[in-house]
Design a protein around this ligand. Structure first.
Ligand SMILES: Cc1cc2nc3c(=O)[nH]c(=O)nc-3n(C[C@H](O)[C@H](O)[C@H](O)COP(=O)(O)OP(=O)(O)OC[C@H]3O[C@@H](n4cnc5c(N)ncnc54)[C@H](O)[C@@H]3O)c2cc1C
Length: 371
């Protein structure tokens, strides 16, 4: 089989790219070593929440992506999204001043003994069913891709070949070297519970509690742990890590404690514990676009190290390889929006917005690190 696009990674990022390119008439295949939505995407809440606060480039991106993505899920998969809004309670990150002064439409609301700011444009989705739905018309192969071989205009694999590659690998080691993207994993646990308590909307403080979903469960998530390889023993939740210590019990306890501080959950029963690693970079922005070959570009233009900017089309790129990554804690908010931007870039030549472009990180890294 020959495909226009092969997407490596069947999480939210890969599934949305596959769907969008397929809709644009391209032939698309997806590979994943674990299966569909078995990485971070399978563990996600998956809450779709606005980011309040004084307008800046990050919360504008989040809120634009949120509006696009809620509309996308509602039109395409209405049964997989529950949109009842979120009651946001102030905490250390979002104090009253920030929540008061924010640009988003909201109202002050009291529910039981929780007072907060209610945003109607917030939802929760079913992450696994969404990925499966988006991939239902694409060929899927369960394979661990170890390397990319380019020959005569195609990337060649065992059973198929492809003209273009999209790397949607999350926290896994990238298949090409682009050192200017430094992905770090942020591990976390989410639980699904049963409760007889009626929860009219999602509630968010340091953790989120969902409204009662169509399947009768409530999601509570998520814990966050940075992974530091400098520690001899690392409290990660990733059982593939050599330093793995199982912290599930404490994580579940901590989530239930934080949930109970917000609302009494009657007849509570934990029915599922999910864990995964979110991919993040320092700035928290996601990254998107054609992958610049760092070494070749610097060899061609050494003055880049001193801050010279080169027109994009003159830089050296890996042949037809694109990246979508670092979706952080908002993968299901960002993925449909980023997939659309990537499609517009590849098929229509529309530039990737600067704040999420690989170029921005490439120049920054070249200036600070050199070769
Ligand atoms: C506990 C938790 C709670 C979260 N809650 C929310 C939330 O409430 N709202 C929200 O929007 N987001 C949430 N997120 C974040 C969200 O899950 C991620 O941002 C999103 O799933 C990232 O999607 P992805 O496709 O980039 O990565 P992943 O889902 O990790 O997918 C990457 C895939 O690539 C595959 N892969 C990598 N390399 C190869 C290779 N060489 N060959 C074959 N396959 C390969 C992996 O097997 C993996 O399946 C949460 C995440 C966690 C862990």
């Amino acid at each position: 089989m020959t495909y226009d696009f092969l997407i490596i990674g069947a999480g939210a990022a890969g599934a949305n790219c596959a769907y969008t390119l397929k809709q644009a008439g391209k032939s698309v295949a997806v590979v994943d070593k674990e299966g569909i939505a078995k990485g971070a995407s399978g563990a996600a809440g998956a809450f779709l929440s606005p980011l309040p606060g004084k307008k800046n480039s990050y919360n504008s991106l989040v809120n634009d992506a949120l509006a696009y993505s809620i509309d996308f899920y509602e039109k395409l998969m209405p049964k997989l999204i529950t949109k009842k809004g979120v009651l946001r309670v102030s905490n250390d990150n979002f104090d009253k001043t920030k929540l008061d002064g924010n640009a988003l439409k909201h109202k002050v609301l009291k529910f039981k003994n929780i007072e907060g700011y209610y945003y109607a444009d917030a939802a929760i989705v079913n992450p696994v069913d969404i990925c499966n739905y988006l991939l239902k018309n694409c060929d899927f192969y369960q394979e661990d891709i170890q390397e990319l071989n380019f020959k005569d205009g195609y990337y060649i694999f065992k059973n198929f070949k492809a003209k273009n590659i999209i790397l949607a690998q999350g926290v896994n080691s990238p298949l090409v070297n682009y050192p200017y993207i430094n992905i770090s994993p942020m591990f976390g646990v989410k639980i699904d519970v049963k409760t007889s308590t009626e929860i009219p909307f999602n509630i968010h403080k340091s953790i989120s509690i969902s409204t009662n979903k169509a399947d009768g469960t409530v999601a509570i998530g998520a814990t966050q742990q940075n992974h530091s390889m400098t520690q001899g023993e690392c409290n990660t939740t990733c059982d593939k890590c050599p330093f793995y210590i199982n912290t599930d019990e404490e994580d579940v306890k901590s989530l239930l404690k934080q949930a109970n501080e917000l609302i009494d959950l009657d007849d509570l029963e934990v029915i599922k514990v999910s864990k995964g690693a979110r991919a993040t970079i320092k700035s928290y922005f996601p990254v998107l676009g054609k992958i610049i070959d760092y070494e070749k570009s610097l060899k061609k233009y050494p003055s880049i190290k001193k801050g010279t900017k080169i027109p994009s089309d003159l830089l050296e790129y890996y042949q037809n390889i694109y990246s979508i990554n670092a979706l952080g804690s908002r993968g299901f908010v960002f993925a449909p929006y980023l997939a659309k931007k990537l499609k517009e870039n590849i098929l229509d030549g529309v530039a990737i917005p600067k704040e999420i472009s690989l170029e921005k990180l490439f120049y920054k890294y070249a200036r600070t690190k050199g070769v």
